[in-house]
Write a new protein. Sequence first.
Length: 299
Amino acid sequence: MDLKAKFKNDLKISYIENVPMASYTTYKTGGRAEFLLLPETKKQLQALYVFARANNIPCRVLGLGSNILVSDQGVKGITCCLKNIRSITFDDTTVLAAAGLPLDSLIKNAVDKGLEGVEDLSGIPGSIGGAVFMNAGAYKAETFDYITQVEVMDLNGNFKTINKADLKPAYRHVFGLENFIIIAAKFELKKTQNPAALKARRQEILASRQAKQPLDYPSAGSVFKRPKGNFASKLIDECGLKGKEIGGAKVSTKHAGFIINYNNASAKDIKNLMDEAQTCVFKKTGVKLELEQILWGDF
Ligand SMILES: Cc1cc2nc3c(=O)[nH]c(=O)nc-3n(C[C@H](O)[C@H](O)[C@H](O)COP(=O)(O)OP(=O)(O)OC[C@H]3O[C@@H](n4cnc5c(N)ncnc54)[C@H](O)[C@@H]3O)c2cc1C
């Protein structure tokens, strides 16, 4: 089948063939996606999934690529990036945001309108879809603390709305969302009594991230989940791994929980350093660090 003709003429969705995923992930490395599709509407997304399903073509959904490491061999089939589906509407204290909108854009808008709640999540560089799927969190706040409903599409292209009560949000995972594409999420915020303090809190969070995280280098944030009663960065640091390099990948000297693409790292360099950190920490402490980041393709 001529897939390019299908994408262009029938589905009418923009696509890029053989595209380096370095351009679509914050690690800025990794192989190529065979086809990267950029739907602009729910309908296009639906048609794409129905087509992919009917033709047995693997289809992955990509937000802003800030929690993914793509293998150097790349990924086959369709990678469907939702960054062009990015509407946002405010209705008093309720916000409806589409999956591709950057989470931080929702937060900035909310803070500018004097709506509080989500400000502690400022600076997380993912999309609404990625933040909902991962239940992204920071400074004791989590995305699901403010969500009331999620609009999803199943893999056959059927849309439905799921209430928060019917999902089980957990630490960097939401039970019940595994087999859905997130289309949009509804957030319930509160009118602030003190707009200046709300703006100051957002700035404080952004400054704290700047001070603590190696934001001058490509990364995908914390590599590992927080182990019970401890911190991955502390355990990695105690193993003497701060500054450890493999190829162009390095354990950040600023925050040992981050691996940075320091000098044209391959995805394999990063993966090898992840493995090394896991092995060292396990040998020294018996703690098995669990990856928070998601690996795409073969390693
Ligand atoms: C500098 C830096 C700091 C970070 N700080 C934090 C932090 O403080 N807290 C935190 O939790 N995370 C943090 N992260 C990680 C990352 O930003 C979050 O996990 C974010 O929620 C990922 O969103 P994304 O759009 O980039 O998702 P992607 O990386 O594109 O995808 C991540 C996963 O979500 C799935 N996904 C994405 N969109 C959808 C959708 N619409 N429907 C279904 N599945 C979807 C993908 O298939 C993939 O499995 C940080 C990353 C960086 C680079």
